[in-house]
Structures are given as structure tokens and as C-alpha cells.
Design a protein around this ligand. Structure first.
Ligand code: PMP
Ligand code: GLN
Length: 382
């Protein structure tokens, strides 16, 4: 038999899987794949146990447990001042990954273009290509990794169906400002271009800055799918519970895909999250401080190394320039780093269509302080 040609010729196994596997095989400290090495809140985990024991083990409603959708709408009101309808505008998904895939495949058709900013998180382009669309890659401009507005204006064509924005940004840690959103609103005012806001790190923005969610912006909200992940917010990446907020017409299209992709998301986790969010509605206010302490500790320790960096303004990732240490390309440097320092990192070039000139790797600092100290001690010896 002849097997079909691959539909995704550019895709291999994700860098996150490769690096975590390598770290485990070599016994390296894993600062590569983005996940905490500590647990989520005990009361939240106990609630999951409670619901499993109480028999909440069957399908949830397709769009998400009503209590959780209400808690998400309340949260959006509390943080971003936006009134959204939990019935029509909130859909609970199996991680942000599912929401992103469903949003893209729901609205992107053959011949459509979708603008993404490099370095771009790796799950966007495969969904665009499976839909018959084409990703148009623009470069975020170092050192702040900001949008080049001239380049964006020039890239927009009649075929542009969607622009994907990721703020706080993985892997650079950059965040969009209120001025960026105003500028975007002015640029798109006379168009039907949709936005996909990947805001999974919405509660990890540092130095007192507010997160500029697309949901805050009345003109942008009406054309946006806004995606988040409870995995990032509650240190529970393995639960794979996320959600998408979008206007009723866009949510209806997203749900057409979601209902056949997964139908619904794991029930006990949803019920537990709903209870926990109702019990601690201000949880998101404390997260920036929690992660800022880790960013500061890691940066302070790494100041004694030969890596060069500017502290991240959001996310739990820190980019570092290794050009004073090695001339190797970043993928090779990351292999070498595991072998020579016993620390795993993520090369940045894998998120770029055109490999960047700079020599940058990404470290995840969502780790216990002891892990960060042990890793920095090794990295400082290079
Ligand atoms: N977007 C970005 C930018 C991410 O870093 C991640 C990683 N988790 C996701 C989406 C996917 O989130 P989830 O694990 O909830 O599917
Ligand atoms: N978002 C995580 C990261 O950037 C990885 C998630 C995954 O492995 N799919 O490291």
C-alpha cells in the first residue's frame, strides 16, 4: 500500500518534547519545556478529588460547565472591565492548544493568509496549513521584540483573514502596550480581519504593568478570539483546561469545530476550577508578584554568568544571549548545554521562519528556587 504524502511536511516532533526527553535521558535540570516543577493550590487539587469521588465523571456540557463559564465571565469583568455572556461568548476547551486549533480551523479557508509574528509559538502554523491557509511571518523587532507597524501595514492584503497576537509573548517575554492595541484598532478599523489573541500568560506581567488584553479594547474585542489556559495560571499544565472568549458569531463557529474535535473538556477539573475561582476571585492579582520574585532571583543569579539578557516583562520565560560563550547555532548550543552544563533550554530559531542572526536561548523560570539556584550555578561556570 502507498501511504498518503504528509499534509505537514515542515512538522517534526515539537522542540518541547525533544528537549524534555533529552533532559530526562541525560539527567539535566529541565529549564526547557514550560511547566512548573511545583504543584497548583492544594485546595484546588482537593476539589478535583472531591468531584471524582462524588461521581462527576461523565461528559460536561459541550460548551463547558456552566459554573466555570460564569466564573470566566466574572474574571473577565474583574480584570478587563468587559461584560461577556457566559452562554454565548465563553467556550471551555481542552487547553489553549485546542482553542487555538478550533479558532483557526473555524475561520481560515483555502487561500487565506494569517499573519504571525516570529518568533511564533509553534502550534499556529500547522493549524493554518491544515486549513489550506498560508502563514505570513513578520519579525518582532529586537531588543524589545515589538511590532514593526510599517511592516505589518505592508503585509496586510485582501487575503488576510487573521492576525495572531501572543501577549505576554512566548518565547521573548515581551508584552503589548495600550498604544499597540490602539494602533492596531486604527489599522484594522475598515477591515474584516479577525484577531486571535493567545493570552495564556495573561496573569504573568511584571513591574506593575497591567495585561493589555484584547478583551479590554471595545473595538478589538468584536473581532477577536481571546484564548487563555488554566494550566499557566494554576500551575496545572497537565490538566489541559483552557478557554476561548469571542463574540457570539465567532464563538458559534468555534463551537462547530470544538464539538467534533473533543466535544467537551474533563468534568472534575472544570467543576473544581469553577469553585476555586469563585472562592478566590483575586487569585490573578497575586500571580505577577509570585513569578516576578522568580524572574528576579534567576536574573540576579545569572548576572554572574557570561549570558547577556534584559529581564522579561512577562511570561515565565527568560531569553538569554550566549554569544560570549559559543559560536554554535542555537539548536546545537542547546544540545551542548545539556552535555556540558547539565541544563536544558529551548533554542529560539525553531520559532522563526528565517533563522535569526542573534544567538538566543529560552530558559523557563517556573521552578522552585532551589532548582533555579542549582541551574544558575552550573550556567555560571560556562
Ligand atoms: N500558547 C502559548 C504561547 C503557550 O506557551 C502554550 C503552552 N502551554 C499554549 C498556547 C498552549 O496552552 P495549553 O497547554 O493550555 O494547551
Ligand atoms: N507552552 C510550553 C512551552 O512553551 C510547551 C507546551 C507543550 O509542550 N506543548 O514550553
Amino acid at each position: 500500500m502507498k501511504y498518503p504524502d504528509t499534509k505537514l511536511p515542515k512538522v517534526g516532533t515539537t522542540i518541547f518534547t525533544l528537549m524534555s526527553k533529552l533532559a530526562a535521558e541525560k539527567g539535566a535540570i529541565n529549564l526547557s519545556q514550560g511547566f512548573p516543577d511545583f504543584d497548583g493550590p492544594e485546595a484546588l487539587r482537593e476539589r478535583v478529588g472531591h468531584y471524582i469521588a462524588r461521581g462527576a465523571n461523565q461528559y460536561s456540557p459541550m460548551t463547558g460547565a456552566p459554573g466555570l463559564r460564569q466564573a470566566i465571565a466574572d474574571k473577565v469583568k474583574y480584570h478587563y472591565g468587559a461584560e461577556i455572556c457566559p452562554e454565548q461568548e465563553v467556550t471551555v476547551t481542552s487547553g489553549a492548544s485546542e482553542a487555538i486549533f478550533a479558532a483557526i480551523t473555524a475561520v481560515v479557508s483555502a487561500g487565506d493568509e494569517v499573519i504571525v509574528f516570529d518568533p511564533a509559538y509553534d502550534c499556529y502554523e500547522p493549524a493554518i496549513e491544515l486549513s489550506g491557509g498560508r502563514a505570513v511571518h513578520l519579525q518582532l523587532q529586537p531588543p524589545a521584540f515589538s511590532i514593526d507597524w510599517q511592516q505589518l501595514t505592508a503585509a496586510i492584503s485582501d487575503r488576510t483573514r487573521m492576525i495572531i497576537l501572543n501577549s505576554p509573548h512566548n518565547p521573548t517575554g515581551a508584552v503589548l502596550s495600550a498604544e499597540d492595541l490602539d494602533r492596531l484598532a486604527a489599522l484594522l478599523a475598515d477591515s474584516d480581519i479577525l484577531l486571535l489573541g493567545d493570552e495564556v500568560y495573561e496573569h504573568i506581567v511584571f513591574d506593575g504593568a497591567p495585561h493589555q488584553s484584547l478583551l479590554r479594547h471595545p473595538q478589538l474585542r468584536g473581532r477577536s478570539f481571546v484564548v487563555s489556559s488554566f494550566g499557566k495560571t494554576y500551575h496545572t499544565t497537565g490538566w489541559k483546561v483552557g478557554y476561548c472568549c469571542a463574540p457570539p458569531q465567532l464563538s458559534a463557529e468555534l463551537r462547530k469545530v470544538h464539538q467534533y474535535l473533543t466535544f467537551c473538556t474533563t468534568t472534575p477539573m472544570q467543576l473544581a476550577l469553577a469553585d476555586y475561582m469563585a472562592q478566590d476571585p483575586e487569585y490573578g492579582d497575586h500571580l505577577p508578584g509570585f513569578y516576578q520574585q522568580k524572574r528576579d532571583l534567576f536574573c540576579q543569579l545569572m548576572a554572574h554568568s557570561r549570558f547577556r539578557f534584559t529581564p522579561a516583562t512577562g511570561t515565565y520565560f527568560q531569553l538569554m544571549d550566549y554569544s560570549a560563550i559559543s559560536d554554535l547555532p542555537d539548536t546545537e548550543f542547546c544540545q551542548w548545554l545539556v552535555d556540558s552544563a547539565g541544563v536544558a533550554a529551548i533554542p529560539v530559531s525553531v520559532f522563526c521562519e528565517t533563522p535569526p542572526q542573534s544567538r538566543l536561548v529560552r530558559f523557563c523560570f517556573a521552578k522552585d528556587d532551589a532548582t533555579l539556584r542549582a541551574a544558575a550555578e552550573k550556567l555560571c561556570q560556562l
